[in-house]
Write a protein that binds this ligand. Structure first.
Ligand code: HOZ
Length: 427
């Protein structure tokens, strides 16, 4: 494959941007590759600057659930462009998207739009601290809630990929109030709550963890979190930045029937444009400025172009049969990958919740970050490069999820399974 243009762009980018990129994981360093620079995308395909096409399972890290350039999304963006791109003032589109989110997710009675998942989680934490008057928070090892200071502890995603425990530049005092516990460990949270419950403002969790690969909540983990938070009168925050409108229209909370106090959204509700949101019970949300005194703001929040893309996306997702078809595609892909590994005599551990998958080069089962870290990263890197050379675009890290979209065809899924078979054999 000719990657001359990507290589030239990367060399230039290295002198202009840290690591040549605007977000660390995409630099592909941990898999021993250089990044592809992307020129365009359509449906299930992404095309690099040299014109090579790949079947895309990154989907911009989740939001492209309809595939790239879905006509309904492109049309609605076009219509807004005719009227203006940013007003810094309320619009009908914000009301419409807020109404759709509130209708879809029963625990969310009010919502505040922001511009990214990081902003959503950071703001939800501030709100929880303001509402409870407490300072400590609890998160889980391998969960990643964006790059806000207090959440960069034992984080997943790029922090895990780069193998760093936290980050220089985050004052010790900022993370002194952050407890990080093993994911899926109900005893750990119970014990912490007995000791510290009175000082804890919130427990924040990815209800399906997608930043340490893909790890599903096991047994009664989420119910235990709900019970413990209620008992200690602290807030349960679901970070559904990836799972919201992805694993089900009502998110992971509808799948597992747990009602958090606050929920963070991102990705899909912006239809691929920069959007995040946080929402929850009315009595809590009304404490956000200007109805309350807990401050949070943003000039681009509720941006009309992004709102339009989100509305168009959610309308498509609401159509009957959308999630069952996506489930079927995802099941076929998971089966194809599993069979390919078995035929090549490779032991992998495959986790899947709806259209999110994680394939670990580990014996498994993988229920936690500690389990995920037993993966053979060298072999994952080789597999990544093998798949790329066969036209399959995967996230360049063992600690990221794989996303199936409605645009993936039966042929795409078969081609992916075939590529996996050949890649496993070549390892
Ligand atoms: N896992 C990250 C999003 N949840 C990847 C995105 C990035 O770092 O660019």
């Amino acid at each position: 494959m000719n990657r001359k243009t990507s290589d030239t762009l990367y060399r230039k980018a290295l002198s202009l941007m840290p690591g040549g990129v605007n977000s660390p994981v995409r630099a592909c360093r941990s898999v021993g590759a250089d990044p592809l620079f992307i020129k365009s995308a359509e449906g299930s395909r992404i095309v690099d600057a040299d014109g090579n096409a790949y079947i895309d399972y990154v989907g911009s890290w989740g939001p492209m659930i309809l595939g790239h350039r879905h006509p309904a999304v492109v049309d609605s963006i076009r219509q807004v462009l005719e009227k203006g791109t940013s007003f810094g003032a309320p619009t009908q589109l914000e009301v419409e998207l807020a109404e759709m989110v509130v209708e879809a997710v029963p625990s969310v009675q009010m919502v505040r739009m922001v511009n990214s998942g990081t902003e959503a989680t950071m703001s939800a934490i501030r709100l929880a601290r303001g509402v409870t008057g407490r300072e400590a928070i609890v998160k889980f090892d391998g969960c990643y809630h964006g790059h806000a200071d207090s959440l960069l502890v034992e984080a997943g995603s790029g922090v895990a990929t780069l193998g760093i425990p936290g980050s220089p530049g985050v004052p010790g005092s900022f993370v002194a109030q952050t407890y990080s516990l093993p994911y899926n460990d109900t005893e750990a949270i119970k014990q912490l709550m007995v000791r510290q419950g009175n000082g804890i403002a919130a427990v924040i969790v990815e209800p399906v963890a997608g930043n340490m690969g893909l790890v599903a909540p096991a047994g009664n983990f989420l119910q235990t979190l709900r019970d413990e938070c209620s008992r200690s009168r602290c807030l349960l925050i679901f970070d559904e930045v990836m799972t919201g409108f992805r694993v089900a229209y009502g998110g992971a909370q509808s799948l597992y029937d747990i009602s958090p106090d606050l929920t963070c959204f991102g990705k899909i509700i912006g239809g691929g444009l920069p959007v995040g949101a946080y929402g929850g019970r009315k009595d809590i949300m009304e404490q956000v400025a200007p109805s309350g005194s807990i401050y949070q703001a943003g000039t681009l929040s509720g941006n009309p172009v992004a709102m339009a893309a989100g509305i168009a996306t959610l309308r498509e997702l609401k159509k009957p049969g959308f999630y069952s078809q996506l489930e079927e595609k995802s099941r076929i892909l998971a089966d194809g990958l599993q069979t390919a590994a078995e035929k090549a005599g490779r032991s992998v551990s495959l986790n899947r919740v709806g259209s999110m998958l994680g394939m670990f080069f580990a014996r498994g089962p993988v229920h936690s970050f500690a389990d995920a870290k037993t993966s053979d990263l060298e072999t994952f890197s080789s597999y990544y490069r093998q798949m790329l050379s066969r036209g399959i675009y995967l996230a360049p890290s063992q600690f990221e999820a794989l996303f199936v979209s409605a645009a993936h065809s039966a042929d795409d899924l078969q081609a992916t399974a075939d590529a996996a078979r050949a890649s496993f054999r070549a390892l």
